[in-house]
Design a protein around this ligand. Structure first.
Ligand SMILES: *[C@@H]1O[C@H](CO)[C@@H](O)[C@H](O)[C@H]1NC(C)=O
Ligand SMILES: *[C@@H]1O[C@H](CO)[C@@H](O)[C@H](O)[C@H]1NC(C)=O
Ligand SMILES: *[C@@H]1O[C@H](CO)[C@@H](O)[C@H](O)[C@H]1NC(C)=O
Ligand SMILES: *[C@@H]1O[C@H](CO)[C@@H](O)[C@H](O)[C@H]1NC(C)=O
Length: 591
C-alpha cells in the first residue's frame, strides 16, 4: 500500500472504529469526493466549527494559513475546492503545520490535496497551509468534515472563500447543503450473494475463474435468466469502483452495448452506455432497466436488473436474442466517472445467444497477440529445437547420406533450428506490439526472453561462419555452438516457466507448472536413454572389432540394430513431444 493510501485507510479506520481491512484504495477517492465518513448515521445539520484563513486574496504559489476550530473533536478532513464548482475535485495542495496531529492525503490526481487527523486524540484547533496552484480557479472555498464522536459529525462545513486579485465577484451562492446519507435503504436491496445453482440449467452464466462461487471474494459472475419477454441479469464481482459487461459483435471494444454498476459514495448506480470506440463511455441518461437492486458487501459489487428482450425505443440497446461476444470488466470509479479497467476484460471465447439454451461458460482475459506469442514460443522451444538437437546429437551416424549436397541429419537439424529462430523472432515482436513498448509488470520474463532471442540470432550467424570439418578451430566452434545452444534452451525453459504464470496468459495454476515439469522430465529421460544407448553401442562395436577400434563410421550389424532402435525412440519422442505441445496449445487457446 502506498503511504497516502495507507494513511487514508487509517483515516477511515478512525472514523469508523471497525477493522479497516475492507477499505483498500478504491474507496479512497470516493470519500475524497463526498467527504463523507462511511457511516450508517446522518451528518449533523448546523455546523459548530469554523474555518478561517489569514488572507482573502491569493496568487498562484501563495501559502495561505487555514485554521479549523470549535468544540472538541476527534477527526477532521479539509480540502479546498473551486467555489463555483463545489462538487468538483480538490484544488491545490497543503503543507502541514503540526505533523503530530495532522497528515497529508492525496485526493484524485492532486498530491497532498487534503489534510486529515493522525489519531482520535481530542483537539479544538488545527492548522495547515494551503498552497495555491498555478491553474487555480478564480475563487477557492475551503471545506471541512469534522467528527466529534462516532455518531456525531458534520460534512462539508463551508469555510471562507478566497479569490484571485481582480477576479469578478463570485456568481454562484456559496452556501451548500451538506449531502445526507440515504436514511433508508433502497426498496430493492439484495440481502445475499447470488448463487450459481441454476447455471447451465435455468440461466446462462459467465464465470471467471470457471465454476467459481459468486459469493466468494475473487469470483466474477454474470447471469441471464429469461422470463417470458424480459431477462433478469445478475452481475457481481470484486471491485471498489465498478463492474460492467458489454454485448459486442466482435472481440474489440467499440460499437458495444454496455451495462455498468458503479459504486458512487457507497451506493450503486446502474447505468447503460453505448460504447462507440476505445474511449470512456458516456452514460445514458435514460435506460430501459427495471427492478434494479444492488448490494455492496465483502468487497463485492453486486447488482441485478431486468430488461426486455428488445428495447427499440432506447438507442444503443441491442436485442438480447442474438449472438454476441460478452465482455466483463472492472475498474476504479471516482466522482461518478469510471476509469479504464486496469486489467484485461474477460471476453467469452465465442459468440453466445443468452436467450437460447442456458450455458455455463468461462472466458479469457488473455489477448490474442499474447496467446500467439506463447503458442509460437511453445512450438519453437518445446518441439522444433528439441527434435533438432536430438537429431544433431544422435543421428549423424544414422542419416549420413547426402541430400541436396549435405547430409540428411544436417539438413533436418538446420531446417528445425532455422524454424526455431524464425518462430522465435515472430513471437518476440508480438508482446511489444501489444504493449506498445516494454512490459514493466512481467517480472524477469521479458529480460530472459531478450537474452534467449539474442542467443537464438547469434547461433545461426556463428554456424554460418563455421570452420571446415577438419580445421583445427572446428573443435572450438563445436564447443561454442553446443554451449550457446544449451544455454539458450535452458534459459528458454526458465522463461517459459515464468511466462506461463503471467496473468495475461492465464493458464490454470499449478497445472501448467506440473505439465511443464513433466515435459522436461520426458525430454531429459529420452536424452539419457539415447546417451546410454550410444555408450553401449560404442562398447559393443569395440568388442566386435577388437583390432580396429576406429570403426565407428562403418556400418556393422550392431550399428544397424542401434539405428533402428534410435529411430524408434525418436518416433516415440516426437509423439510424446507433440502430445505435450498440443496440451499446452489447447490450454492457451482454452479449447
Ligand atoms: C498567512 O500565512 C502565510 C503562511 O504562514 C504567510 O506566508 C502569510 O504572510 C500570512 N499572511 C498574513 C497576512 O499574515
Ligand atoms: C439461489 O438463489 C435463488 C434465488 O435467486 C434461490 O431461490 C435459491 O434457493 C438459491 N439456491 C441456493 C442453493 O442458495
Ligand atoms: C409469462 O407470461 C404468461 C402470460 O403472458 C404468464 O401467465 C406467466 O405467469 C408468465 N411467466 C412468468 C414466469 O412470469
Ligand atoms: C437466440 O435464441 C432465441 C431463443 O432460442 C431464438 O429465438 C433466436 O432466434 C436466437 N437468435 C439467433 C441469432 O440465433
Amino acid at each position: 500500500m502506498e503511504p497516502p493510501v495507507l494513511a487514508f485507510t487509517l483515516w477511515i479506520f478512525a472514523f469508523l472504529s471497525v477493522p479497516a481491512a475492507g477499505y483498500p484504495n478504491g474507496k479512497v477517492r470516493e470519500a475524497c469526493s463526498s467527504m463523507m465518513p462511511r457511516h450508517e448515521h446522518s451528518p449533523q445539520p448546523s455546523p459548530e466549527h469554523t474555518i478561517s484563513v489569514n488572507e482573502t486574496e491569493f496568487r498562484p504559489g501563495d501559502h495561505i494559513k487555514v485554521s479549523l476550530s470549535g468544540p472538541v473533536f476527534e477527526g477532521f478532513f479539509i480540502q479546498a475546492r473551486n467555489a463555483e464548482n463545489l462538487a468538483g475535485p480538490a484544488v491545490g495542495s497543503f503543507m502541514l503545520a503540526e505533523e503530530r496531529i495532522s497528515q497529508l492525503l492525496t485526493c484524485g490526481l492532486v498530491k497532498n490535496s487534503a489534510v486529515s487527523h493522525t489519531s482520535k486524540s481530542k483537539k479544538t484547533h488545527v492548522e495547515a497551509y494551503w498552497i495555491a496552484p498555478t491553474d487555480a480557479p478564480e475563487h477557492v472555498q475551503f471545506l471541512a468534515t469534522v467528527v466529534e464522536k462516532y455518531k456525531i459529525f458534520w460534512v462539508k462545513i463551508p469555510g471562507p472563500v478566497i479569490s484571485q486579485p481582480n477576479a469578478p465577484p463570485l456568481t454562484t451562492p456559496t452556501s451548500i447543503t451538506p449531502e445526507t446519507l440515504p436514511t433508508s435503504q433502497p426498496v430493492f436491496h439484495l440481502t445475499k450473494s447470488f448463487n450459481a445453482s441454476g447455471c447451465g440449467i435455468t440461466k446462462f452464466c459467465i464465470r471467471n475463474p470457471p465454476k467459481c462461487d459468486p459469493g466468494t471474494a475473487y469470483c466474477f459472475f454474470l447471469s441471464f435468466k429469461q422470463n417470458n419477454h424480459s431477462v433478469l441479469i445478475e452481475m457481481s464481482g470484486p471491485s471498489e469502483g465498478y463492474i460492467a459487461f458489454a454485448l459486442s459483435h466482435d472481440q474489440w471494444m467499440g460499437d458495444d452495448d454496455a451495462y455498468l454498476c458503479i459504486n458512487e459514495d457507497h451506493r450503486i448506480n446502474v447505468n447503460t452506455a453505448y460504447l462507440s470506440g476505445r474511449i470512456p463511455p458516456v452514460l445514458d441518461s435514460e435506460n430501459g432497466l427495471e427492478d434494479i437492486s444492488w448490494r455492496l458487501a465483502d468487497g463485492l459489487v453486486q447488482c441485478s436488473f431486468r430488461r426486455n428482450l428488445r428495447l427499440p425505443s432506447y438507442k444503443g440497446r441491442f436485442n438480447l436474442d442474438a449472438n454476441y461476444y460478452i465482455f466483463l470488466a472492472d475498474g476504479e470509479a471516482s466522482e461518478g466517472l469510471i476509469h479504464k479497467h486496469h486489467r484485461q476484460p474477460l471476453i467469452t471465447n465465442g459468440m453466445y445467444n443468452v436467450t437460447d439454451s442456458p450455458k455455463d461458460v468461462g472466458g479469457s482475459r488473455s489477448p490474442l497477440l499474447l496467446k500467439l506469442h506463447a503458442s509460437l514460443m511453445f512450438v519453437a522451444w518445446m518441439t522444433t529445437v528439441s527434435i533438432g538437437v536430438i537429431v544433431a546429437r544422435f543421428f549423424k551416424p544414422v542419416w549420413p547420406h547426402s541430400l541436396f549436397g549435405k547430409e540428411i541429419w544436417f539438413q533436418v537439424h538446420r531446417m528445425l533450428m532455422l524454424t526455431t529462430v524464425l518462430l522465435t523472432s515472430v513471437a518476440f515482436i508480438l508482446p511489444f506490439i501489444y504493449r506498445g513498448g516494454w512490459s514493466k509488470w512481467a517480472g524477469f520474463h521479458p529480460y530472459l526472453g531478450c537474452t534467449v532471442m539474442a542467443l537464438a540470432i547469434f547461433q545461426p550467424l556463428m554456424a554460418g561462419f563455421r570452420p571446415p570439418p577438419h580445421a583445427p578451430r572446428r573443435q572450438v566452434f563445436n564447443w561454442v555452438h553446443w554451449s550457446t545452444g544449451t544455454t539458450a534452451r535452458i534459459l528458454a525453459v526458465v522463461t517459459m516457466f515464468l511466462g506461463m504464470d503471467l496473468p495475461a496468459l492465464n493458464l490454470p495454476d499449478p497445472w501448467d507448472t506440473y505439465t511443464m515439469i513433466g515435459f522436461v522430465a520426458w525430454h531429459v529421460g529420452i536424452d539419457i536413454l539415447l546417451e546410454i544407448h550410444s555408450y553401449c553401442l560404442i562398447r559393443k562395436v569395440e568388442v566386435i572389432d577388437e583390432d580396429r577400434i576406429q570403426i565407428l563410421q562403418s556400418l556393422t550389424s550392431a550399428e544397424a540394430e542401434g539405428h533402428t532402435f534410435k529411430e524408434i525412440v525418436l518416433t516415440i519422442y516426437i509423439c510424446g513431444n507433440i502430445a505435450f505441445l498440443i496440451t499446452f496449445l489447447a490450454a492457451i487457446h482454452q479449447l
